[in-house]
Write a protein that binds this ligand. Structure first.
Ligand code: KIV
Ligand code: ZN
Length: 402
């Protein structure tokens, strides 16, 4: 859907036509949502949907976590074609060997290894000096490269790490063979401006062939904004999950990022390979299998995301959908936007609802009378459904006859 741009300031001209790779971690970080545990066939079903949707990378699990997780990743590696299949590993031999075994049957295998780099994590969690952290990271990447050509290295808690130290560890791991460098906002602490600047800084520090990646958590509700800011700073891979599920407040939401780039292509100019019409199906599938409901007002996939209730908005969309819709529901695989009938609805929507139910020929004075009764009912009942409208029409003994 195109939007008018005549009043657009210079600063919002398209900035890039670069391809952004979508790395889906629903099956790994998403599954780390409290209370979520997916079995193998559920994981496989989700992985097939992700492949159908066109994600570039599926992080299928954390193979060292349990024999079940290792088997789950192996099955996806054996059976899902198209995307890169990644297995997560801490920077240690046992983890990396498990990840290598799990992804070995993949058409395009990746090992994703990580170690924490923030002062608090290095001192309190790892109990390691920074030099030892760099050494471990290099050993891990070197070992991973002995199994696969595609190795991603992540600096856990990167956004609370020293930037010069990040540059140092990333240069060392790229030298050891890492092809993608991931900069996670592990605790959802950063801001869009900080993220943009951090990525721009690291882009300047690292060789051009390295793909920079973002991985944002949503503790302050900024995961999507931070991911987009990372792209503006130079990220060309974004890690995210369907419905934004994940540890604590979750991860950046895949559907929101993809649709922001799609809808505001005029502004960003980034391309993803996502077939947007598969987004809603993916959202429903993940919600059903994970048991995590989607909040009604969630952007793109929530029940209310394409529903209009107020009379002013309903009147607008009846005249032209673009008045209050910046994207079509069909574009994300949903039914056309709905007009929800309630006490805020106006005459135009009421008339349209009657027409849709087959009462197109009803004279104006009857519609006017029923509209008053509809408002009384809406005040009492809240939302009014098709059956309520039919009942109103059918019980019209007191409606003026013409
Ligand atoms: O949030 C995080 O830092 C992670 C890493 C393992 C990439 O999930
Ligand atoms: Zn994470």
């Amino acid at each position: 859907m195109t939007q008018p741009h005549s009043a657009q300031p210079q600063s919002v001209q398209p900035q890039s036509t670069d391809r952004i790779r979508i790395f889906d971690t629903t099956l790994r970080d998403g599954e780390q949502s409290p209370g979520v545990a997916l079995n193998h066939s559920q994981k496989l079903e989700i992985a097939h949907q992700l492949a159908k949707m066109g994600v570039d990378v599926i992080e299928a699990g954390f193979p060292i976590a349990s024999p079940g997780d290792l088997e789950g990743v192996s099955r996806i590696a054996r059976e899902v074609r198209g995307p890169i299949i990644a297995g997560l590993a801490r920077a240690g031999r046992a983890d990396i060997e498990a990840a290598a075994r799990a992804v070995e049957a993949a058409e395009k295998p990746r090992i994703h290894t990580f170690i924490a780099t923030s002062p608090i994590h290095m001192a309190k969690k790892l109990n390691l000096e920074p030099d030892a952290v760099v050494e471990r990271a290099v050993q891990a990447v070197t070992l991973a490269r002995s199994f696969v050509d595609d190795v991603e290295f992540s600096a856990e808690d990167a956004t609370r790490s020293d930037w010069a130290f990040l540059s140092r560890i990333f240069k060392a791991t790229v030298e050891a063979g890492a092809t993608t460098i991931n900069i996670p906002d592990t605790v959802g602490y950063t801001t869009p401006q900080e993220m943009r600047e951090l990525f721009a800084y690291l882009k300047g520090e690292l060789p051009a062939h390295v793909i920079l990646s973002s991985h944002c958590h949503d503790d302050l509700g900024m995961a999507v904004a931070n991911s987009i800011a990372a792209a503006e700073g130079g990220a060309r891979q974004i890690e995210c999950t369907i419905n934004g599920i994940g540890e604590r407040a979750g991860n950046a939401s895949l559907e929101e990022i993809v649709m922001a780039f799609h809808t505001r292509a005029d502004h960003y100019g980034y391309q993803t390979g996502i077939r947007t019409r598969e987004l809603y199906r993916a959202s429903r599938l993940v919600s059903r299998l994970s048991g995590m409901p989607v909040q009604p007002n969630k952007a793109i996939v929530g029940d209310n995301a394409f529903a209009h209730e107020s009379g002013i908005h309903q009147d607008g969309v009846i005249k032209a959908r673009e008045t209050y819709e910046i994207m079509n529901a069909e574009l994300v695989g949903r039914e056309a936007a709905v007009l929800v009938m309630g006490k805020h609805s106006g005459r135009a929507a009421f008339r349209k609802a009657l027409t849709d139910l087959g009462y197109a020929e009803m004279p104006d004075d009857k519609v006017q009378h029923l509209f008053g009764r509809f408002k009384d009912l809406a005040d009492r009942k809240g939302q009014i459904f098709a059956d309520d409208l039919r009942a109103l029409v059918d019980a019209r003994s007191d409606v003026p006859q013409t």
